[in-house]
Design a protein around this ligand. Structure first.
Ligand SMILES: CC(=O)N[C@H]1[C@@H](OP(=O)(O)OP(=O)(O)OC[C@H]2O[C@@H](n3ccc(=O)[nH]c3=O)[C@H](O)[C@@H]2O)O[C@H](CO)[C@@H](O)[C@@H]1O[C@H](C)C(=O)N[C@@H](C)C(=O)N[C@H](CCC(=O)O)C(=O)O
Ligand SMILES: Nc1ncnc2c1ncn2[C@@H]1O[C@H](COP(=O)(O)OP(=O)(O)OP(=O)(O)O)[C@@H](O)[C@H]1O
Ligand SMILES: N[C@H](CCC[C@H](N)C(=O)O)C(=O)O
Ligand SMILES: [Mg+2]
Length: 469
């Protein structure tokens, strides 16, 4: 069928249909949009886009069939909203996406570009800061945003490509200049049936979305790096590897100081000594991926390396919130999956002369398999473990905690997160380090379907202030 009537908007939700909208009926995880086609039609949808095999009532008007309606939505949203920032970068990987996108925006800004980032923590652009929700927005929200950014004069934008986003074609309409890969670890095993399936979703960024000949910046030191390089090469990308084993940016020597690290980076025969003002080995990895992506899209090596010395961590990523009177630092971190927890606990060990104390929990309605794994990691790598709540959602919080506690003998269980933070800070001695993990930048605790205002930062500050008063 051919559509020669004006379309007033695109939507995937029948409840938001306005007269003249094109309604996309999507088969989802919870329900099927096809069941709402009649409602969409009655609210004035100009046509319904549906899968070839979708079951639709007869009286819904014009129907456009598609073998892949999510792909159709992405492409139509791109066409409908129009302009995108000239240089679009997307980074994927289990951990580090938000950090890389944030660092890339900062490097571009340092080089004088009008740059933006969008992802888990929201949108950051010149004159614009918004709190986020999804890591990769749906195509309609995404292309509306990109068009706004472009019309505001933003020329460079860094975005995160989550595996859900890639799998659901959310960024298939984005014109990419460069793509990045950080690492692969266990995550979202409630959505992806196997690690292979999860890796394949991530690799869509390189083998479906990145134009041939465009640069693919790949972190070289992960067990999955080789696979990523193979996929990107086979897809015809210009592969640039970064890291200790990196061929493009290679990290030769790192010295860990308390809140910063000094590293030597080799780049095409030149040597840069870089003072990175962030703690944690993994932040150097993220910084290298970001620098590689900036250089690959035209930033000079000198400017990119200089920018690394001014980087600020993304909110809630190994963020130092304060210290006790004895100088014990208290960090907020977003580790909510096994490898991330392992990394962050390992990252603070070199500068901790006393005990590493960790407060963490696991989200309800999310992969249950990771709970005992994280309990085990905390027990192995921290000296004191306090298990608490992190967005129980529809689950019984005590049961979520119990599934962690099975693998965390010796851990203390304190469900109330504020109370857990108070107890942890109260026990700190000089030389100890406290990590409050799992919520990072989040500003709420989701219990049932209610989001109660909650911030690890605010709780920590409150306790530290009370102690110093
Ligand atoms: C599991 C998942 O990814 N779900 C996403 C998916 O929803 P879905 O299609 O499965 O939704 P569904 O509820 O089954 O409904 C099917 C369809 O019927 C429609 N519908 C439903 C009810 C109705 O009355 N009328 C109607 O038209 C829905 O709009 C939908 O199109 O497509 C929607 C539109 O793009 C997304 O908003 C939604 O994200 C939900 C909110 C979500 O929580 N997603 C999380 C898991 C997510 O995507 N996370 C990733 C990774 C996070 C990370 O970095 O770790 C992210 O990118 O944020
Ligand atoms: N390169 C890395 N390797 C391992 N762990 C990392 C790395 N970068 C960050 N982390 C850990 O993962 C947490 C989340 O980091 P970040 O938000 O940058 O990743 P993300 O991929 O965007 O995560 P999400 O999918 O949850 O949005 C950090 O707080 C830290 O604990
Ligand atoms: N994007 C991730 C964030 C998890 C953060 C953690 N605080 C939790 O609630 O599990 C998710 O929705 O699975
Ligand atoms: Mg993120």
């Amino acid at each position: 069928a051919e559509l020669d009537v004006p379309v007033t908007g695109l939507t995937v939700d029948s409840r938001t249909v306005e007269p003249g909208n094109l309604f996309f009926a999507m088969a989802g995880v919870k329900t099927d949009g096809a069941r709402f086609a009649a409602q969409a039609a009655s609210k004035g949808a100009v046509a319904i886009v549906a899968a070839d095999d979708a079951d639709l009532p007869a009286d819904v008007g014009l129907v456009l069939r598609s073998a892949d309606p999510r792909l159709a939505l992405a492409r139509m949203a791109a066409a409908y909203f129009g302009p995108q920032p000239r240089v679009m970068a997307a980074v994927t990987g289990t951990a580090g996406k938000t950090s890389v996108a944030s660092f890339l925006r900062q490097i571009w800004a340092h080089a004088g570009e009008k740059a933006a980032m969008l992802g888990t923590t929201g949108v950051t652009a010149p004159g614009r800061t918004e709190y986020g929700s999804l890591t990769t927005p749906d195509p309609v929200a995404l292309h509306r945003l990109l068009a706004e950014l472009a019309s505001d004069g933003v020329t460079h934008a860094a975005m995160e490509a989550s595996s859900h986003g890639l799998d659901q074609r959310r960024l298939d309409g984005v014109s990419l200049s460069v793509a990045g890969f950080t690492n692969l670890g266990r995550d979202h095993m409630d959505y992806h049936p196997t690690m292979e399936n999860y890796m394949a979703a991530k690799m869509r960024l390189f083998d479906c979305l990145l134009p041939k000949g465009a640069p693919a910046v790949i972190f070289a030191d992960d067990p999955w790096s080789e696979r990523a390089v193979e996929v990107a090469e086979r897809a015809g990308a210009r592969v640039l590897t970064v890291g200790r084993k990196g061929g493009f940016l290679s990290l030769k020597r790192v010295e860990h100081l308390r809140h910063k690290q000094v590293g030597e980076i080799h780049l095409e025969g030149r040597i840069f000594e870089v003072d990175l003002p962030l703690a944690g080995d993994f932040q150097f990895s993220n910084a290298l991926v970001a620098a590689g992506m900036a250089i690959a899209t035209g930033t000079s090596a000198d400017l990119a390396m200089a920018a690394l010395e001014h980087l600020t961590g993304a909110a809630g990523r190994l963020e130092l919130v304060g210290s006790t009177a004895d100088g014990a630092p208290v960090y907020v971190d977003y580790a909510h999956k096994p490898e991330a927890l392992e990394n962050v606990l390992g990252a603070v060990r070199p500068f901790t002369t006393g005990r590493v104390v960790v407060v963490f929990g696991c989200g309800g309605d999310r992969d249950r398999g990771k709970r005992p794994i994280m309990g085990g990691i905390a027990t192995k790598l921290a000296d004191v473990v306090i298990v608490t709540d992190d967005n129980p959602r529809s689950e019984d919080p005590a049961e979520v905690r119990a599934e962690i506690m099975i693998a965390a003998p010796g851990a203390t269980e304190i469900g109330d997160r504020a109370e857990a933070i108070r107890s942890a800070i109260a026990m700190l001695n000089a030389g100890d380090t406290l990590i409050v993990a799992g919520k990072g930048h989040e500003q709420g605790q989701t219990v049932g379907d209610k989001v109660l205002p909650f911030s690890d930062h605010a709780e920590i500050r409150k306790v530290l202030e009370a102690l110093s008063a």
